[in-house]
Every structure is written in C-alpha cells, then in structure tokens.
Design a protein around this ligand. Structure first.
Ligand code: FAD
Length: 440
C-alpha cells in the first residue's frame, strides 16, 4: 500500500547526520579578533580554502552561522561528479570556445580527483562506492540522442561515455519502467558527504585554522586597510575575506551580493534498507550513481546499506505549504519511477539550498571594486567536487600563488545582478513550469 500523504511529509531528518558520529561543536566567537583571512561559511568551499591557507601558515578563521556542514555540504546526495554549471558542454563551447570549455571540464575532473585524493590521504573511506555515473533517458527521444552525444563528448573532451540499451539496463540492474536507455560517464564516485565535510574541518583545525560556530556575519565594512566583520558577539578585523555562503549566503554581507544569486531547493528521501526480494522485484541492484535526463532532474543511488536515496530538484519558496508540496511531489515521482517500492517507508527526508547565478556558471575570484574580498560560490547544485577544488584555488589566488588567468574563463565572470531581483523567485517559478512542460 502506498503511504498516505501525511506520512510522506514527515521530515525525520538527514540520513547523513544519523550516519556519522556527533560532530564536534566549535565555539562561538565572543569578543574581537584579528586574522589575516576570514572565511564566511564552513562548507566544502570555505573549509577547502581555509585548509590551504592554514597549511601556508596564514592566520585564518572560518565564521559559520550554524555549524560545520549545516549548509548543502552536509545535506547533499553525495554524488561527487562532474558539474557545477547549468551550461552543457555544447553551450560551453559556443560561449567560451573549445579550448576554454576543455579547460573547464578538465577542472571538473581535477575536482573529483582532489576529493578522492584527500579521502585516501586522510585514511577516510566515507562509504565510497560507484564507478562513474549513469544518465537514464526518461523518454525514447532522449535515448535516441545518446549515441551522438557520446561521440561528441569523445571527440571534443576525450570522455569515453558508454551507451546502454534498455536490455543492457535490465541486465545490469537499472530496472525501472520509465528508463529507456542509459549513458554512463566514467568519472565520479559516491560518498557520505557529512563524513567528508567533518573530516575536512578536522584537517583545517589540525593545520591551525580556527572555526567559529553559531557566528553569523551580519555586516561587512571597511576601515583603513582592514575589513570589519560584524557578528552577534564579536568583531573580526581582517585583510582578506572569502565569501563561501553559497545558497545560504546573506544578501547584505556584503551588499554586493544583493540580487546576484538565487537559492533554490533540492530535497532527498532515503528509504529503509531494502531486502533482496525487494531489490529484485524492482530490478535495481546497481550501486552506480544515477540521474534522469529531465531538466528538473531526479538523482538516485542504492546506498551501501541497501537504503535507496532519491533526490529531486525544485521547490522555490521555503514555507510549510511549499515544502510539503515538494516532499509530496518527490514521493509521487519516486513511486512512479520505482513502483515495486511504492509502499516502502522513507525513513529520512530533508532538503537544502543550492545556489544558481544569472550567468549559469560559478564565480571564483576577487569581487570587483571590493579589494580583498573574494568569492567562491554558485555551483548550480553540483558542488562536492567543484566547491572543493574552487576553495583550494581561491586560496591560491588570495595567497598570490595563482593568477586569475590560471582558472578557466567560465569561473572568472563575477555574478551579474538579476533584473528586478525581488522578482527572482517568480521568474524561476515560470522557468520551472517551462522545464516541466519540456520534460514531458
Ligand atoms: C539536497 C541537495 C542535494 C545535493 N546533491 C549534490 C550531489 O549529489 N553532488 C554534488 O556535487 N552536489 C550536490 N549538491 C550541491 C552541493 O551540496 C553544494 O554545491 C555544496 O555543498 C556547496 O558547498 P559550499 O561550501 O559552497 O556551501 P554550503 O555547504 O552551503 O555552506 C555554506 C555555509 O555558509 C554558512 N553561511 C552563509 N552565510 C553566512 C554568514 N553570513 N555568516 C556565517 N555563515 C554563513 C551557512 O550556514 C553554510 O553552512 C546538493 C545540494 C542539496 C541542497
């Protein structure tokens, strides 16, 4: 029996929080302090930057409104994969030329490799699984385009994608009535993101970086050669600042951010562990990370403990009614795509903010007109690898070890303001209807 809607709306909390030991709670900033660099936000980006800075001997603090991993870094699907922009490879070539598009894709691959190397060198397994990821065609016409797309990726980027027919999918454990074929990309792996972000924070502390929890930065002002960061119980004076708040950033800290990013929601449900019979009833036994070909995509994977993780994009307004509708829609989609599990309880469900930009690409660099303030944000819902490597690179810029030209052009464009920023969410609502119609 499918669950009734009230049951599906229950938010029992993040599976990742339940699956890792209680995190260390860093202390709040109380009083005034001076650091060479202050980083705003303790997610993959901010912590990656703080790690490189601390390892270089710079005095660095991370100011976090809540706690390490509170933002998307502790809430995501754990797909460490290529991505970070809403522009596909065709658009990247059109906009930036083949060479820059190649550099950008190589940067994404380097991001995936960086996360793997970190976990290896820190001796952390973080429940890794999945060799690469697979895209599943939700319509026959999407499958019909896969051969040409695979040839395009190989010719232009050297990516060896493999196309799988419906029969291949069934034989390899990707069973589902709505999948018409697949395309596998050999990059990426899945991980427990909370385990990764907590270990990253440990590395920052070990290298001498300070992390302050419950310390939201509420305002930024300048006095002679220092920036002043206001927090509820203290003030930080610093030469350089990194904005790494992503989808959780306050638009007034600094005011430059106002109207330049668009936080939207993504939600995840995780079932109870599935039995052998349940897995074979659905025909899904693969542990490969998967996503469908919709604009408003679904992403899903079988976890090592045989729970099934199912995520959806969408959800614009963060009120009780919209959140309930978002969870209901996710459950309906899950039941349609995996009908053999329609009665299986979701033991965990939660959501988080991803960060979109008008340019549809991230920004990694110094903010124009605000000397000493840098930003590393805007991963468009795919930030495990991208935020990790970009945090490291922006620290290289702050240290003077890298120049802006060392980064691919798509990352170097400061966020443009959205026209009529107060109407951003309404435009997005319109875009979602359009995408939903196109996805049919
Ligand atoms: C449900 C969901 C699923 C996702 N799935 C995937 C996936 O499978 N693979 C993938 O690659 N990406 C995924 N993403 C995206 C990915 O999680 C993010 O891109 C990435 O974690 C962003 O990292 P970050 O460090 O830039 O920001 P965050 O992790 O969001 O951290 C920002 C932090 O800044 C803090 N902050 C903001 N403003 C202030 C302030 N003024 N003062 C102090 N602190 C502040 C916040 O509290 C927050 O902790 C998903 C995101 C969501 C929400």
């Amino acid at each position: 029996m499918p669950l009734n809607r009230t049951e599906t709306r229950q938010t029992i909390g993040s599976y990742w929080e339940a699956s890792v030991p209680q995190a260390r709670l860093d202390r709040q900033l109380i009083g005034n302090a001076v650091f060479d660099v202050a980083v705003i936000g303790a997610g993959f980006a901010g912590l990656s930057a703080a790690l490189r800075l601390a390892q270089a001997g710079v005095s660095v603090c991370v100011l976090e409104a809540e706690h390490v991993g509170y933002g998307a870094s502790g809430r995501n699907g754990g797909f460490c994969c290529l991505g970070g922009t809403k522009l596909d490879e065709h658009s990247l070539i059109r906009k930036f030329g083949l060479e820059e598009a190649r550099r950008f894709v190589a940067y994404q691959v380097a991001g995936v490799n960086l996360v793997a190397q970190r976990l290896d060198s820190w001796g952390v397994h973080a429940d890794r699984h999945s060799k690469g990821e697979i895209y599943l065609a939700h319509r026959p016409k999407d499958f019909a385009g896969f051969q040409a797309e695979a040839a395009f990726l190989k010719e232009n980027f050297g990516i060896k994608a493999r196309v799988l027919s419906k029969a291949d999918l069934d034989a390899e454990g990707y069973g589902g009535p709505t999948f018409h074929g697949g395309m596998h990309l050999p990059y990426g792996f899945a991980l427990n993101p909370m385990a990764y972000v907590q270990t990253l924070a440990d590395q920052v502390r070990r290298a001498g970086g300070r992390i302050f929890a419950k310390t939201p930065v509420t305002g930024i002002s300048r006095d002679s050669d220092r920036w002043h960061l206001e927090t509820p119980h203290g003030l930080v004076r610093t030469k350089k600042v990194l904005l790494a708040g992503n989808g959780y950033a306050r638009e007034d800290a600094p005011r430059w951010l106002h109207g330049r990013t668009l936080p939207v929601m993504s939600s995840i449900l995780v079932t109870r562990p599935l039995s052998d019979d349940e897995l074979s009833a659905q025909g899904w036994t693969s542990d490969t990370m998967a996503a469908d070909t919709r604009n408003l995509l679904h992403y899903f994977r079988l976890l090592p403990d045989r729970r099934f993780l199912f995520g959806t994009r969408g959800g614009i307004f963060e009120n009780a009614q919209s959140l309930a509708a978002m969870y209901d829609r996710a459950r309906v989609d899950f039941d349609d795509m995996f009908p053999a599990w329609a009665g299986v309880e979701a033991e965990h469900s939660w959501y988080g903010h991803v960060c979109l930009a008008r340019n549809l690409t991230p920004f990694v660099g110094e903010v124009p007109g605000l000397g000493g303030i840098y930003a590393a944000m805007g991963w468009h819902g795919s930030g495990i690898a991208m935020a990790s490597i970009s945090g490291d690179k922006v620290a290289g810029l702050m240290l003077g070890k890298l120049q802006p030209d060392d980064l691919p052009v798509p990352l170097r464009r400061p966020f443009a303001k959205f026209p009529l920023p107060s109407l951003r969410k309404l435009y997005l609502q319109g875009a979602y209807w359009w995408y939903g119609w196109q996805d049919r």
